[in-house]
Design a protein around this ligand. Structure first.
Ligand code: AMP
Length: 276
């Protein structure tokens, strides 16, 4: 695996490959990221892992400071999962002096995660637009864990005629249901235990849908109750349309229950699909 930090070099390295697969990450790689790299390996000629802790998508300086970083470990894991190139540009390469452009998706970027993290999604869509332009991959791989991010990126790629397929892979979880996240290492042992309430609540709500419940307010109440038992207050719990993230009152079509919650000082997100 090659490690590259310059745009011209990575462009030269991908030139001529018929099917380039891009896996965008902020590093601190775990099985969730590795599932994306392995999927890229199965379907692409050349697999590029993008590693960049994007400062513009952090709306909280303390969160950016605390974000775990270990490029050597990430390089070993990415190579092992089948990556051909680890592209790890510096901040000055992604945002050179004079950088002044923003790509933002109206509406979708302002609700739920967007409402709680002002500016976050503009940071995400701008950096993703940049990476898709730099590398022009045939396909880019994202995880369903960041479901609103996926909806935004699909919208952006359609709106801006970006010629990259977007592939979405399922959420990888720990055996007790906690969704893998680079932030999980920041949880204390006690908070790690409490954090299992997120998936417990989402699973209980999904079971209620299986049993015939259709009222979104009842479903979010089920999730909130599971969180309350662990002394966790959510930033939001919402039943939404998976494509638009518009809130749904009655579940008549496949929907997503999405949540964000602070467990100790760490903010976690999760979601589950429900089908009536
Ligand atoms: P991040 O490094 O957190 O920005 O995530 C990079 C990519 O990995 C995003 O597309 C995430 O949705 C995806 N990802 C993160 N955690 C998981 C997980 N537990 N399961 C599947 N994909 C994940």
């Amino acid at each position: 695996m090659k490690i590259i930090d310059q745009v011209a070099a990575v462009r030269a390295a991908v030139a001529g490959s018929p099917r380039v697969g891009l896996v965008p990450t902020m590093g601190a790689l775990h099985e969730g990221h590795l599932s994306l790299i392995r999927a890229a390996r199965r379907s692409c000629d050349l697999v590029v892992v993008w590693l960049f802790v994007n400062p513009t998508q952090f709306n909280d300086a303390a969160d950016l400071d605390a974000y775990p970083r270990d490029q050597e470990r990430d390089a070993a894991l990415a190579a092992d999962a089948g990556a051909d190139i680890l592209f790890a540009p510096g901040v000055e390469t992604v945002y050179p002096a004079g950088f002044a452009s923003t790509v933002s998706v109206a509406g979708l970027s302002e609700i739920l995660e967007g409402a709680h993290r002002p500016g976050h999604f503009a940071g995400v869509t701008t950096v993703v637009a940049k990476m898709l332009n730099m590398l022009r991959p045939q396909v880019a791989f994202f995880g369903a864990k960041d479901a609103q991010q996926v909806a935004l990126i699909r919208r952006m790629v359609t709106d801006l005629n970006i010629d990259t397929e977007i592939e979405v892979l399922p959420i990888v979880r720990e055996s007790d249901g906690l969704a893998l996240s680079s932030r999980n290492v920041l949880l204390t042992a006690q908070d790690r235990q409490r954090a299992t309430a997120l998936f417990r609540g989402l699973s209980a709500a999904r079971q209620r849908v299986v049993d015939g419940e259709r009222d979104a307010a009842v479903l979010t109440g089920v999730v909130a109750a599971a969180l309350a038992q662990a002394n966790i207050t959510a930033d939001y719990v919402s039943v939404v349309d998976p494509a638009t993230f518009e809130p749904i009152k009655t579940v008549t079509e496949p929907a997503l229950i999405a949540l964000a919650a602070r467990v100790g000082s760490t903010r976690l997100i999760d979601n589950i699909e429900v089908t009536p």
